[in-house]
Design a protein around this ligand. Structure first.
Ligand code: DX5
Ligand code: ZN
Length: 228
């Protein structure tokens, strides 16, 4: 069975003190740090770029899970890899099979991992399903991209289940990463529907004790598995 992994999203912390966000994630035992890059075109917000990732790389040993919500990933992928990103996730909405293959080859040439993300309203394209064996992670977004602190759209659970089953049936170990509104209250639903990597912005950083919030999410996820 795929490992449960917790990926705090620093977008929910004080953007003037991202070093602290990374420290909280490490102290809480997070598996990876989720970095939301938004370009103001793909989604209605502008967050940070490779310079910020590079600065964070100096102060954190965590795996950098870089979620590229940008219209032109090909123009930036090398810069994020230079900056220290480990997993580079692209959005299916701005790609097709051929463009994905080019990006994927560039990432793999550097020994890094490739992910693919879909917005709530996007079905997994056929070209993506055909390339599932090349993906380390598939991000199923459960809020519209742009901002932390939105409520998870629970009507997406059947879609999550369908995608997880499709991956499982093919025998791939691609991580199913659920991104948007993950909170202790909905972790059981997410896990039962096949999510194994839990991205959490507000679900970690808006809690009174963000360090222990990471452990709470992990415990809930593991309990949901035990209880079926
Ligand atoms: C939304 C981002 C998410 C978001 C998660 O555009 O991709 O990663 O920051 O934050 P929460 O968990 O607060 O929804
Ligand atoms: Zn994200």
């Amino acid at each position: 069975m795929k490992q449960i992994r917790i990926a705090p999203s620093i977008l929910a912390w004080d953007l003037g003190n991202l070093r602290e966000a990374a420290e909280i994630a490490s102290k809480g035992g997070a598996d990876q740090l989720h970095l939301d890059v938004i370009d103001g075109h793909f989604a209605p917000n502008i967050t940070f770029g490779p310079g910020t990732v590079k600065a964070l790389r100096k102060v954190s040993d965590l795996k950098f899970d870089t979620h590229l919500m940008v219209d032109q990933p090909a123009a930036y992928v090398e810069k994020f890899m230079d900056a220290g990103s480990d997993l580079l996730t692209f959005h299916a909405e701005v790609l097709d099979g051929k463009r994905f293959d080019q990006l994927s080859a560039a990432v793999k040439a550097r020994g890094k991992e490739v992910g693919l993300a879909i917005k709530p309203g996007t079905e997994l394209p056929k070209w993506a399903l055909e390339r599932m064996d090349t993906l380390s992670a598939l991000i199923v977004m459960t809020v519209n991209p742009g901002f932390s602190g939105q409520r998870m759209d629970m009507s997406l659970m059947p879609k999550l289940e369908k995608i997880s089953k499709a991956v499982e049936e093919r025998g791939f170990d691609t991580d199913i990463e659920v991104d948007g509104g993950v909170e202790p209250e909905n972790v059981a639903d997410v896990v039962r529907n096949g999510g194994n990597v839990l991205v959490a912005g507000a679900g970690v950083y808006s809690k009174e004790n963000p360090v222990s919030a990471i452990g709470v999410l992990r415990q809930r996820a593991q309990a949901a598995r035990r209880d079926g």
